[in-house]
Design a protein around this ligand. Structure first.
Ligand SMILES: [Zn+2]
Length: 99
């Protein structure tokens, strides 16, 4: 049995909706992928990966008649390794700042 779960785009706060099944253990929604997580597109098998890559307004997941901002963002599930919850590398250590 699946049911819809909604998430906010971290760029423009548009609401996207995803059909999920089973136990939900979502960790975060971020504008960048977490290091070590693998992502699938929202129309792919979203239960098979560590998270979902949305493209705001372009992958058919927007709930309302909004246009979206066209930027990607990432839903990450809680991940376990050897029974321990995996913590992502802190943002400041891998987001490159500069131009
Ligand atoms: Zn957006």
């Amino acid at each position: 049995m699946t049911y819809p779960v909604t998430y906010y785009c971290p760029h423009c706060e548009a609401v996207v909706e995803l059909e999920r099944d089973g136990y939900l253990a979502d960790k975060s929604v971020t504008p960048y992928p977490l290091e070590g997580w693998t992502y699938v597109d929202a129309d792919d098998d979203v239960e098979s990966a560590d998270g979902v890559r949305f493209v705001c307004g372009e992958d058919g997941t927007l709930r309302d008649d909004e246009s979206g901002c066209g930027n990607p963002f990432y839903l990450s599930y809680v991940r376990y390794e050897n029974g321990e919850e995996v913590e992502p590398v802190p943002e400041s250590e891998y987001v490159r700042i500069g131009r």
